[in-house]
Write a protein that binds this ligand. Structure first.
Ligand code: NAP
Length: 307
């Protein structure tokens, strides 16, 4: 079986590669090299965000691969996200401008509202702001019309918030994508099915429960050490990470996975030359314990907090 990464058709008509390289952590060293390696390996989707402070490294790496003739700008699907400080409708275009400048590109393929929550900067930490995400969405629609975002979408929205967006009269565009935490310990099945039925593609983030090398917090579980996953991995002579990434694709979702290690970037790409049986899919899905790692507790009391 050839290892061809599928593309998902967005409701805008654009194609989105279903596997992407994640670039989260603040000022993470190694992102520039990781993006260049990923493009050489064959990744054609890079996920970043204003808040990650990785956009400049992503932009530099993509530009270099374009000047080397490895890819053209059209070949690379770039997703970035509106910072929570730019929700005021007058600020939305400013937020994207900052991202485009750092990414060194005139447009992004997908622009996500990172959270439904709007924030104001404060001397210490952040303050709540009550800007309604519907008003922010209207301003994001203008970015599509201006040609600066090919598609727009949402992230970290709950079901009621997605439904409210879809039911609001007078909006021009439906979200093309919802990006949410999804792995076998938080399957988000109901929300996923609802979005897919509505023609909204779904993307998993933190697919490896942040992996072995990252902070997971006390009392949280690492999916890469799960007995069911490791058994399936042995049966297919694959790694637990490959099994979990494959599970996500077979659910009909896209998946963004972060790695700064060349060998793991290669490993995570090799997920389309095998498939899981229906029984294996069901056994992995049954591991759900609704373990959420990305909670942003500092926003818990704020308007529109989703969880
Ligand atoms: N929309 C949102 O609010 C949101 C929130 C979180 C994340 N995201 C996006 O989703 C991306 C992925 O999520 P994430 O970074 O939170 O977590 P993740 O991809 O689940 O895990 C990343 C961690 O796993 C390790 N890893 C990667 N491949 C591995 C493998 N094959 N075997 C063992 N360990 C492996 C990485 O270490 P090495 O680098 O050493 O390989 C890294 O520490 C982010 O980078 C970001 O782009 C979006």
């Amino acid at each position: 079986m050839a290892n061809t990464i599928p593309c998902m058709k967005l409701n805008t008509g654009h194609s989105m590669p279903a596997l992407g390289l994640g670039t989260w952590n603040y000022r993470l060293p190694g992102i520039y090299d990781a993006v260049k390696t990923a493009i050489d390996v064959g990744y054609r989707h890079i996920d970043t965000a204003w808040v990650y402070e990785s956009e400049a490294d992503v932009g530099k790496a993509v530009k270099e691969k374009i000047s080397e003739g490895v890819v053209s700008r059209e070949d690379v699907f770039i997703t970035t996200k509106l910072g929570n400080y730019f929700h005021d409708p007058d600020e939305v275009a400013v937020g994207l401008r900052e991202s485009l400048d750092d990414l060194k590109t005139s447009y992004v393929d997908l622009y996500l509202m990172h959270w439904p929550v709007s924030l104001k900067k404060a001397a210490r930490g952040v303050l709540a702001d009550d800007t309604d995400y519907i008003d922010t969405w209207r301003a994001m629609e203008k970015l599509v019309d201006a040609g600066k975002a090919r598609a727009i979408g949402i992230s970290n929205f709950n079901m009621a918030q997605v439904e409210r967006l879809l039911q609001t009269d007078g909006l021009k565009y439906k979200p093309a994508n919802l990006q949410i935490e999804m792995n076998p310990y938080i399957t988000n099945t109901e929300l996923m099915q609802f979005c897919l039925e509505q023609g909204i593609s779904v993307t998993s983030y933190s697919p490896l429960t942040k992996g072995v090398a990252d902070y997971q917090g006390e009392g949280t579980f690492n999916i890469l050490e799960d007995d069911v996953v490791t058994k399936v991995a042995r049966q297919h002579s694959r790694t637990p990470a490959q099994v979990v990434l494959r599970w996500t694709l077979q659910r009909g979702c896209a998946v963004m996975v972060k790695s700064c290690s060349e060998s793991r970037i290669r490993e995570n790409f090799q997920i389309c030359d095998f498939s899981l049986t229906n029984e294996e899919m069901a056994a992995i899905t049954n591991l759900n314990i609704n373990q959420r790692l990305v909670k942003r507790d500092n926003m818990k009391s704020f308007p529109w907090y989703p969880f």
